[in-house]
Write a protein that binds this ligand. Structure first.
Ligand code: AMP
Ligand code: ZN
Length: 473
């Protein structure tokens, strides 16, 4: 299956070719574990999950590595502001280590409930300090660093390609072109590799290093850890769009300066989830979390379905109305699939070889859509078309849906697990489906639903104002 990806490096759609045989190495920037992930962060992890699932579905052998940032991330990505972990520790009265442990577990609880497949390797920054020190030494040996005010900096003027991916203009990068936040920096865009002279009192996460006791800057962790697990050249690196200008730009500079080679072939960036104010930020402290959605009666998969409705490179605005629509659509879909499954109960399942031309055609179209820069919302529309197709056999539908759900990760076939909440919701879904069927003049389906409802002890009545129902006495 052909896969095309929009590569931020070239700002073009490129046909994906792995570096080595059938293997695909994906590194994604992980969470900073000082607070709960907000649903915006989770949108990015859903996008990475879809990428990985599409690669798996296409037959590639995927290795996925993701870091856990538990040290070094300041509130400003350019070394300014407060240390995120320390701030959280001060506010909660817990140690930074406890904070990291607690929010890492919370993160994986969220991602598990969203059916996000865990990375093969989830690596904590604090467990890879030696690798970071080794990389900084390498940069030092090659003349890319300087020490000032006690800290070790990367000098961007030693790397002429600096800022290429982000399209940063060289003029903006010259020393003195902008007000320097850190007076030790020779160029305002230089960044800290190792903090020895911490501006934070009570910094407890510190390690010995050739430059004295201290801790690493945020950017070096991703270079050091990806190189440890993947070597100096790998296929795909991803994260949210906010990482392009500073974090990923700095990762490229230090990695390629250290090795002298191209580091990553494809850079993929997911657009933001925004709220009505246009922003969603974990540090605001009042952000939307997945558990908040669950408290309000949503299933995490309602949120996953909501995200699958948009392309990963488009901004997506969150609202409860939109989430309600996603929830209804998902439950409606599952109910339809449950009925298909029920009808196939006693029949043998199909194999790929026995699929009709129409079924094959559906699969080809689906593959084309998802292969074109992960167009998952088009893929979802294909799935709905299959469910509604009156000519396709139920067995065939079941075969196609099972295959396609390995990409969506919506547990669509897991109808037993589904909790429809109260019975009213299930009835309303069936009634809605019956209204659709009548509109499409599919009267046999409408009658079928009436029979199902009758078996459930529900009587329905079609009135000019719509369909009403009541429990039979
Ligand atoms: P953090 O935990 O802040 O390090 O962020 C984890 C991931 O979430 C990164 O890939 C960010 O780019 C991404 N991210 C942050 N805010 C949003 C948002 N509002 N929508 C989508 N992704 C986001
Ligand atoms: Zn990173």
């Amino acid at each position: 299956m052909k896969i095309q990806l929009y590569n931020t490096l070239s700002r073009k759609l490129e046909t994906f070719t792995p570096i080595s045989g059938n293997e695909v190495k994906i590194y994604s920037c992980g969470p900073t574990v000082y607070n709960y992930a907000h649903i915006g962060n989770l949108r990015t992890f859903i996008f990475v999950d879809i990428l990985r699932r599409i690669m798996d579905y296409s037959g590639y052998e995927v290795s996925h590595v993701m870091n856990i940032t538990d040290v070094g991330h300041l509130s400003g990505d350019d070394d300014s502001g407060e240390d995120k972990m320390l701030k959280s520790s001060r506010e909660s009265g817990k140690t930074v280590w406890d904070i990291a442990q607690y929010y890492t577990e919370a993160f994986f609880r969220d991602t598990d409930s969203l059916n996000i497949i865990r990375p093969h390797t989830a690596c904590r920054a604090t467990e890879h300090i030696q690798e970071m020190i080794d990389l900084i030494r390498k940069l030092e040996e090659k003349g890319h660093t300087y020490t000032a005010g006690g800290n070790v900096y990367f000098s961007i003027d030693t790397f002429p390609e600096y800022g290429k991916m982000a399209g940063l203009k060289l003029d903006d990068l010259q020393s003195g072109a902008r007000i320097k936040i850190d007076s030790s920096k020779k160029n305002p865009k230089d960044f800290v590799l190792w903090f020895t002279n911490s501006k934070f009192e009570n910094q407890v996460m510190i390690w010995d290093s050739p430059w004295g006791k201290g801790y690493p800057g945020w950017h070096i962790e991703c270079s050091a850890m990806s190189m440890k697990y993947f070597g100096s050249h790998f296929d795909i690196h991803c994260g949210g769009t906010d990482l392009i200008n500073i974090h990923h730009t700095n990762e490229i500079a230090q990695s390629e300066a250290a090795t002298g080679n191209k580091w990553v072939n494809y850079w993929l960036h997911g657009e933001f989830l925004i709220d009505e104010s246009g922003k969603m930020s974990k540090s605001k402290g009042d952000s939307l979390t997945l558990s908040y959605l669950v408290e309000r009666g949503y299933d995490p998969l309602d949120y996953r379905y909501f995200c699958l409705g948009a392309h990963y490179r488009s901004q997506l605005q969150f609202s409860f109305n939109a989430l309600d629509a996603a929830k209804n659509a998902r439950l409606n879909l599952k109910e339809r699939i449950r009925l298909i499954k029920e009808k196939c109960d006693k029949q043998p399942s199909l194999s790929e070889g026995s699929i009709s031309d129409s079924g094959k055609n559906y699969l080809n179209v689906f593959n084309e859509h998802i292969g074109k820069d992960l167009n998952i919302s088009r893929g979802l529309a294909d799935l709905w078309q299959i469910v509604k197709d009156m000519l396709l056999s139920d067995q065939e539908k079941l075969f196609l849906l099972t295959k396609m759900d390995s990409v969506f990760g919506l547990s669509l076939l897991n109808t037993e697990k589904e909790d429809f909440g109260d019975i009213t919701q299930e009835i309303e879904l069936l009634i809605n489906e019956r209204v659709d069927a009548r509109t499409e003049q599919n009267f046999s389906r409408a009658d079928e639903i009436r029979d199902i409802l009758q078996k459930m002890g529900i009587e329905i009545k079609d009135t000019p104002a719509g369909t009403t129902w009541r429990k039979k006495v």
